[in-house]
Design a protein around this ligand. Structure first.
Ligand code: FE
Length: 218
């Protein structure tokens, strides 16, 4: 008897659930929004999409670095803090690029291809100087790819007899992204310089001292 009552209640719950689901499903056809205000060109959108993936890749590398330096047998909390902070910044850069593309009327299709998590190619570093050097190389490659987007978007191939120079995107990337890239690269270069000198004069204790300094920095 109990089994019958349970089955009836279960069927009723399913029916109600199905009805609620139907009510919550959007019944409207997609809005017919004009498209002639959308002016980004294909090679430019492609470059921007690749940059979203590059920023996410950088975020993953910095996450791996942050985790490495926080291992109990490495225990460099200052370097871990530095790299975890960099990971958050890179994720924010990816979000900014996605927001920019949406503002320009792009990314109306499935965005999953852009936001797949790339796997970093390593998970440990011999010492902090090595990690900082790799971080600087990574930033330099990101800077090159941003410059490349600007070039492609400023001089895209002619489309239907028209060359569309994307001044706004070039200005946005130059002001928002390149500025941060150049100052970030300088910070990393400075860290490599100071840490290198400390290790030359103090050996491994130099890395310990520099880690304490990083921990105290805002
Ligand atoms: Fe970035």
């Amino acid at each position: 008897m109990l089994i019958i009552i349970t089955a009836v209640l279960f069927s009723a719950a399913l029916a109600v659930n199905g009805e609620v689901h139907n009510k919550l499903t959007c019944q409207l056809s997609p809005a017919d929004v004009p498209k002639d205000w959308i002016t980004m060109t294909d090679p430019c959108v492609k470059k921007m999409s690749e940059q979203v993936m590059a920023e996410l890749n950088a975020a993953m590398v910095y996450l791996a670095m942050g985790a490495h330096f926080n291992r109990d047998n490495i225990n460099r909390p200052g370097f871990s803090k530095l790299f975890f902070h960099s990971a958050s910044e890179e994720r924010e850069h990816a979000m900014k690029l996605i927001e920019y593309l949406l503002m320009r009327g792009e990314l109306t299709e499935d965005v999953r291809a852009l936001i797949q998590n790339p796997v970093p190619n390593k998970s440990s570093w011999a010492d902090a100087v090595t990690a900082l050097r790799e971080a600087l190389e990574l930033e330099a490659s990101v800077t090159r790819s941003i410059r490349d987007i600007i070039k492609v978007c400023e001089e895209p191939p002619e489309e239907k007899g028209v060359v569309f120079n994307d001044y706004h995107l070039a200005d946005y990337l130059t002001g928002e992204f390149l500025e941060e890239q150049y100052s970030g690269q300088r910070v990393l270069a400075g860290h490599i310089s100071t840490l290198g000198k400390l290790m030359d004069t103090h050996g491994p204790i130099g890395e310990f001292l520099f880690d304490k300094r990083l921990l105290a920095m805002e």
